[in-house]
Write a protein that binds this ligand. Structure first.
Ligand code: 6PG
Length: 255
């Protein structure tokens, strides 16, 4: 199921994102005693993080029951500019009463393939035997995050899944490290099987620069080759996708 909500500006987009986060966290904690969320990198989530880190949203989340993961990470140390962990720490994690043990960081500072393998092992241990496993609970089945937050690049990438890259065809591994030619940089990313196992996915997309890509992702009947638009490959098998977009980004999507 997919829902698109258009907000007038980045500030209302941030508030809508925080509101949705709180609602999903409350439901998950009531149902299972915890909320598992994978944060996104990039700049757009900053506003939502700031909203979550102050009243009223700050007081509406049972933070000790929240477990924070990442959808992807840049292969840089956690204190460097560009680190998605550093952005989240500065804008959210240092401002909410979240126990350190609940922060599950991708280790961007170590060799990428090892970091990806370690993260996958951490996911297997964390989700082992929990009700978040997908229905079959099969050992190979990906974990079912309560919420995966995603952004979208102008090229249609999401997480660190870039157009035309082999990572898009990965069906076995849950976490991958790969060298992204166009960035001349290594990235670690959740793969599509994990993203599409989520109970809820929330995209936050802001700005006129994203308008044409958003039209291609949300409106084009069937663009040639889905691998050209990774964001379009996000289609949870038994979950919901909410696109929270601001008016400039939705300029070509409005009916
Ligand atoms: C990253 C993100 C990436 C991001 C998009 C949008 O680490 O950069 O995971 O997928 O969400 O590039 O980024 P902006 O929010 O900065 O536009």
């Amino acid at each position: 199921m997919m829902q698109v909500e258009v907000l007038p500006d980045p500030a209302s987009l941030a508030r809508a994102g925080a509101k949705h986060f709180v609602a999903l966290a409350t439901t998950a904690i009531v149902a299972r005693g915890r909320f598992t969320v994978a944060l996104s990198g990039g700049e757009t989530p900053r506003g939502m993080h700031a909203e979550l880190a102050r009243p009223p949203f700050l007081d509406q989340v049972d933070w000790p029951r929240v477990h924070v993961f990442w959808s992807d990470e840049r292969c840089v140390p956690p204190d460097r500019p560009g680190s998605s962990f550093r952005m989240a720490r500065e804008t959210l994690l240092d401002r909410v009463p979240l126990p350190a043990a609940n922060i599950h960081r991708m280790r961007g500072e170590i060799e990428p393939q090892r970091a990806a393998a370690q993260y996958e092992q951490e996911l297997r241990e964390f989700f082992a035997g929990s009700s978040e496993r997908t229905a079959s609970g099969d050992a190979g089945e990906p974990p079912r995050f309560d919420l995966i937050l995603l952004g979208m690049g102008e090229d249609g990438h999401t997480a660190s899944l870039f157009p035309g890259t082999p990572a898009l065809r990965e069906l076995r591994r849950w976490v991958m490290a790969h060298y992204v030619e166009k960035l001349d940089a290594w990235r670690i990313t959740l793969t599509l099987p994990v993203i599409n196992a989520a109970a809820d996915v929330m995209f936050l997309v802001s700005g006129a620069k994203k308008a044409e890509t958003l039209r291609r992702v949300l409106v084009d009947p069937a663009p040639a080759g889905a691998e050209g638009l990774p964001a379009r490959m996000v289609a949870p098998t038994a979950g919901r996708v909410v696109w929270l977009v601001d008016t400039p980004a939705a300029a070509l999507v409005r009916d």
